[in-house]
Every structure is written in structure tokens, then in C-alpha cells.
Write a protein that binds this ligand. Sequence first.
Ligand SMILES: Cc1cc2nc3c(=O)[nH]c(=O)nc-3n(C[C@H](O)[C@H](O)[C@H](O)COP(=O)(O)OP(=O)(O)OC[C@H]3O[C@@H](n4cnc5c(N)ncnc54)[C@H](O)[C@@H]3O)c2cc1C
Length: 422
Amino acid sequence: MKTKYELIVVGGGFAGMGAAIAAARQGTDVLIVEKNGYLSGSAAMSYVNPFMGEYRIRSSEDGERDIVVNAGIFEEVRQQLMNYGAYRKAGSAFNMEILKIIFDRMCKDAGVSVLFHAYVTDVVKADDRISAINVACRGNKYTFEADCFIDATGDANLSYMAGCNCRLGRDADNLCQPMTLCFRMGEIDTESYWKNLKDVQKIWKEKLSNGELLNPRENILSFHLVEEGVVHLNTTRVVKKNPVDIIGLSEAEALAREQMLEFINFVRENIPGCENAQVISAAPEIGVRESRMIEGEYTVSVEDFFECVQFEDSVARGAYPVDIHSPDGTGTLIQKIPVGKYYTIPYRSLIPKDMKNLLVAGRCISTTHEAQSAYRIMPICCCIGEGAGVAASLAVKNSLSDVRDVNIDEVHAILDSVGALY
Ligand SMILES: Cc1cc2nc3c(=O)[nH]c(=O)nc-3n(C[C@H](O)[C@H](O)[C@H](O)COP(=O)(O)OP(=O)(O)OC[C@H]3O[C@@H](n4cnc5c(N)ncnc54)[C@H](O)[C@@H]3O)c2cc1C
């Protein structure tokens, strides 16, 4: 078995996919290490769906969504989902089983080596460099070396294991955005569900204010899927549990299941035609919106986003608003980006302080709690990953000992050549 690669990407979510595929397409020898038995990350393991729509924005309040913000590999994936009949244009929902296959094929075509059921347990580090990772698979242990590494674990697990400083949640009390167990509900009259939803929200609010609900969420958040006859629920809300602590996470999983049952009973009692509602399936893992974020060479603030700062070393764009599900319980704060504008993600926010051959991609780059609530969506994470992958490929190709020395003009030239936006 081959144990030495030019680049190892840990985590096969949208960020890891963007990174691994982009780097391999530049001729880099890439290994992706993923603890699950499939690619797609939170989209499949936590049933996150749909793509949040601000990958295209309007130039005016009432205009068409004609400004493209997130392109490149993300757009390729979206087009392929459409080609497979696995995408619902209205609402941007996708079939996650087909998504897994699309990523398998894209990795194969790009020449990315993929290891599943491969849990990175620790790193081998010398000074400010990672030389290898240790990986566990069903009682077996393996070591893989690389010149460069990308942490796309969502939780900054690799960086944390390498001793990098990380922040957790909001500064005042380290509380993160709530965790949510997404699930699918069926055996209902979906027409009646969507027709009655507005009125039923009032009953939900009443019950919430009377203290009758375990779930502190202010309303019911549900979506259409590609498949008819099923409703996607993003409604459970577990607060004040630490998503990277074994006790916090364990308690959260069980509590979320109780909330799921509470919701099904609520639907059975309150929506005509839904008396026999059933959970069709629940995500294998509770969804984590926010956990660790690295302390990087630059920490992106929410002001950078509202001012739409165009960073010279930008590697990706975003236009999704600040969207903070209350870490305390009830309430969601939405603050939009100026109409027709987008913010940018600087390369420096992907570089952990004090590390020379490590980049971070996805929801755990260096930003504040408030800024993280905006760029954390799948389209933007994929684009950040793509930028990280291109930068890492240049670091490897030019035998750079420090990822800080990557020439950003060269990164931009490659992103231009593949139609990615930054
Ligand atoms: C409940 C919820 C609802 C959301 N709603 C939306 C939405 O509607 N639309 C939207 O666009 N975004 C939404 N998001 C945000 C979005 O899903 C995530 O922020 C995004 O998918 C993060 O991508 P990522 O690649 O950074 O991380 P992830 O997708 O989490 O991928 C990380 C990968 O790393 C792997 N990994 C972690 N540790 C290790 C290890 N030690 N060894 C090996 N592998 C490891 C994991 O198994 C996983 O596959 C939501 C998130 C949540 C939780």
C-alpha cells in the first residue's frame, strides 16, 4: 500500500472535495482521508440540504439572480446533479445518494486516491510542520506521509491535533450555534402539510411560549426535496452543548432524537392528512453548524463581509447573509449583505499561525463567530476548498517550505483558467 503522497486532504465534505479535486487536476498526487464510507461530508452524514441559494444573487431587490458568486467545482457538481435528474431547481435541493456517486467519479477522474473508514487519530509533527498522520480503521493502524496537508474536517480536528490555537463559538462564552438533527418525514399528505404550515406555525409558537415544547426553536423549518412525498426537516435545535466534547456531543444526539419524536407527534396532532406521519430516516450524525475555528494569519470579521472587502489574496467569494441560530435557544438573526454585492475570503485566513505546511478549508477557517455564520454554507465551503487545493498544489509543485510563499497571482491565474471566482 502506498503511504507517501504530495498532498493529504483530511475530510471529504464540500471543502475537502473542492480541495482534493482542484489539486489533483493540477497534477498533484492527492490522498483524501475520510472517516465515513462516502464523500459529501455534512450533506450526507447530517442530511444538510438544500444548497443555500446565494451562489447566485440579484443586482437589485427585484432583479433576476443573474450575478454568479460561487462557480468552479461547486457549479460542476450542481450541473451534474441536474444531468442525473437529482436536482430540484426551485429551492436547490439535491439527492444526496447521487451526490456521493458524483464525488466518487470526480475523484476517480481527477486521480485522487480515496480512503474511507479512515479516522485520523493524531499527527506526527516536527517543529512547525506535519510530517505524517496516523489513521485508524477497524482496529488497524496506518501512517501516511505528505509534503502538505489540508484540514477539511469541519471541526479543525487536524489543526487541533497539530497543536494549533483554535477558538470555539462566540467570544463571550464559547457557545456555538445550535446543533440540529435533520430528518425526513413521510406517510403524510404533503399538499396538506405545505398548505397548512403557515397556520400551524402559530400553534407551534403558542406551545413554545407556554413551555410545552422541548425544542426551543422559534418556528418549523422545512424544505422540499427532489423526491416527492417526503418533507425535509431542519427543525430540531440543541443548544449549549459543546460539539467537540464527547459528553456534549453524546447528550446532543439523544436530545435531538427526543425533539424529532416531539415534532412527529406535533404534526400528527395538528396537520390534517398527517395523522400517520413517520420518520423515514434521520441523519447518521447530528449536524454541527459551528465548532472550532483556527487562529489564522488573518481573522475575517463580520465587518469585512458587510463592507464587502475585496481582499487582494482572495480565494473565494460569498454572498450568503449572517445567519446566527441563537446559541442560547430561541431566535435566528439574519443580516443581509448589500444587494448585488459579495464578500471575499482571504488566503491568509486559511493559514494557521505557526504552521508551515498546513492549510485549512471549509467552515473552520479563521473567522469570528458572526462571520462564520455567513460563509459556512456548502457552495462557499466548496469554493474555499478549491482555492486551498490550488494553493497547496503550487506549494508542492514549487517545493515551497512555507505555504505563505505561494504566489497569489499564480493561484488567481489557475482559478481564472478553471472558471472559479474569487
Ligand atoms: C443543521 C445544519 C443545517 C445547514 N443548512 C445548510 C443549508 O441549508 N445549506 C447549505 O448550503 N449549508 C448548510 N449548512 C452548512 C453546511 O452544511 C456546512 O457548514 C458545510 O457542509 C461544511 O462543509 P465542510 O466541508 O467544511 O465540512 P463537513 O461537510 O462537515 O465535512 C467534514 C468531513 O471531515 C470528516 N472528518 C472529520 N474528522 C475527521 C477525522 N479525524 N478523520 C477523517 N475524517 C474526518 C467528516 O467525516 C466529514 O466528512 C448547514 C449545517 C448544519 C449543521
